[in-house]
Design a protein around this ligand. Structure first.
Ligand code: BGC
Length: 251
């Protein structure tokens, strides 16, 4: 069965039909640039553009970089604040048409859902935490394979700062930090998360996970196993489609 997945990010909006049996894209994904300002209206137009590219009709899963409860955006740390309070599922369904019911979830939760079924977390029980390091730091917390949604661990306080301002890969770029300097910050952050949750496994995602050999070997003193994400760029698209599939009767 195929369901469409869309990943709404700070720089790009990308999507593709997903083969839910394989947990992979059924066709090459299509990407458009995120409009600026990224308001609900302008983003909805771009999501439609991505879906129209495939002439898709059917359920759509969408990721969003903020808290989503009951289809409504509750926080917008790195996107336009006008999203807060918007029912993103209704907004997009109105724009896409009745044939495209929309299911939305947090971007890191979506990536985690995909990794737990088809990637680095497959078959893992106990507490597993996926962390995405990008513009912000996103988190997906799983206990025996079940998602605890909207954990927002990127906003824990670290040395008096919002953790993502210190440990995101954007912080690395903005402050021109070396890999070892940045790895020390990530290590401190992981130690803090470990102190609170004692996970068995950390899965490290986000664009930077492609370069995990540059920083994961530098991280010391963490009890949990630490592995890079496997689905990388497509995890959000796949996880969003899986969630929409669950809601719309996919096995
Ligand atoms: C947001 C999270 C999001 C993460 C990654 C954070 O700033 O609060 O909801 O998952 O960035 O995009």
């Amino acid at each position: 069965m195929q369901i469409f997945g869309v990943d709404i990010g700070g720089s790009g909006i990308k999507g593709a039909p997903v083969d839910l049996d394989r947990g992979d894209l059924a066709q090459d994904r299509h990407k458009v640039l995120t409009p600026h300002p990224a308001t609900p209206d302008t983003v909805a137009d771009k999501v439609k553009e991505v879906i129209d590219h495939f002439e898709w009709s059917g359920p759509v899963g969408v990721t969003f970089p903020g808290v989503i409860t009951d289809g409504t955006v509750r926080t917008a740390a790195n996107v336009d604040k006008s999203w807060v309070g918007i029912h993103i599922e209704d907004l997009l369904r109105e724009r896409l048409g009745e044939d495209c019911p929309v299911t939305a979830l947090n971007d890191a939760d979506a990536a985690g859902v995909a990794e737990m079924s088809f990637g680095a977390g497959r078959g893992r029980t106990g507490t597993v935490i996926l962390l995405t390091f990008g513009t912000g730091v996103g988190s997906g917390l799983f206990t025996d394979g079940r998602l605890v949604a909207n954990t927002e661990l990127g906003h824990l306080e670290l040395n008096g700062h919002d953790a993502e301002k210190r440990a995101s890969s954007k912080a690395k770029e903005d402050h021109d930090l070396s890999w070892s300097h940045w790895a020390r910050r990530v290590q401190k952050y992981l130690a803090h998360v470990e102190m609170l949750f004692s996970p068995e496994l950390f899965v490290i995602g986000g664009g930077v996970s492609r370069k995990s050999d540059k920083f994961l070997p530098l991280i010391e003193g963490i009890r949990a196993e630490i592995v890079p994400a496997q689905l990388q760029n497509n995890a959000g698209i796949v996880g969003a489609a899986m969630r929409a599939g669950e809601r719309h009767g996919a096995p």
